[in-house]
Design a binder for this molecule. Structure first.
Ligand code: CTP
Ligand code: CA
Length: 224
């Protein structure tokens, strides 16, 4: 199990990792969701455990087995994910936000299944969800925070801007144009820090996760 991390780069550290999509209810039987599979977040959890970390995995609805020795907290909505992260981060050293959080949710959730009204369409009013990683980073200033940036264009530029805006130590950028990432087993990313820009070659999500964890550990140890 530990062949990839002979040095156990994260030994003694506590990580909280978000993974998967969130679901925002419209009514008791319908929701707004997205295609995130959770594979990258789960791979990061597994890699972090291999590296010696204690991991709490805050997972949206996904069809994946819990990595061995991870503590898993299942959530549905962005607001549930935020409160689970908030509780877990009191006892954490590093927070990795890998979830594809829904940016918007319906303003109201209908108590009963919506019925069609004649032949007309339907307008659902949406409101913005809280930004989980930005909120956690602000609330726990000494926590080492890592975000992801899913972009379809100007990947580096947008990712750098997000890292600064959300006050993150690192951001991991990936190009999600033309179905390259969602649900796939392979991924190629760029790790960006204040003095770091590391382009990783395309590899399986588990190998990418292992490299990310290794680089993250180096950066964390360099600054702590
Ligand atoms: N994120 C979050 N909470 C949200 C939205 C995003 O914690 N409500 C986190 C994601 O988990 C990811 C990072 O923020 O680590 C960037 O997510 P992304 O969707 O790329 O950025 P947004 O800030 O939502 O901007 P946009 O979708 O408009 O590009
Ligand atoms: Ca978003």
């Amino acid at each position: 199990l530990n062949t990839h991390f002979p040095s156990r780069a994260l030994e003694g550290l506590r990580l909280v990792i978000t993974a998967g999509p969130t679901r925002e209810a419209i009514d008791p039987v319908r929701f707004i969701g997205n295609h995130s599979s959770g594979k990258m977040g789960f791979a990061l959890a597994r890699a972090a455990i291999e590296a010696g970390a204690t991991v709490t995995l805050v997972a949206g609805p996904v069809h994946l087995d819990t990595p061995e020795r991870a503590t898993r907290i299942d959530v549905e909505s962005a607001r549930d994910m935020l409160s689970a992260c908030h509780s877990a981060c009191h006892q954490a050293d590093i927070f990795i936000a890998c979830a594809a959080v829904a940016d918007y949710r319906p303003v109201t959730v209908a108590d009963h299944k919506l019925k069609k009204q004649g032949d007309s369409g339907l307008t659902i009013e949406l409101t913005q969800n809280p930004d989980i990683v930005a909120t956690i980073s602000k609330e726990f200033p000494s926590l080492y925070t890592v975000g992801f940036a899913a972009e379809t264009q100007h990947v580096l530029e947008h990712a750098r801007e997000k890292r600064i805006r959300k006050q993150l130590d690192l951001i991991i950028a990936n190009d999600v144009g033309n179905d390259a990432v969602f649900g796939q087993d392979h991924n190629s990313v760029i790790i960006i820090g204040s003095e770091l820009e590391l382009h990783l070659p395309e590899a399986s999500k588990l190998d990418v996760a292992r490299t990310c964890i290794n680089e993250l550990a180096k950066e964390y140890r360099r600054t702590h």
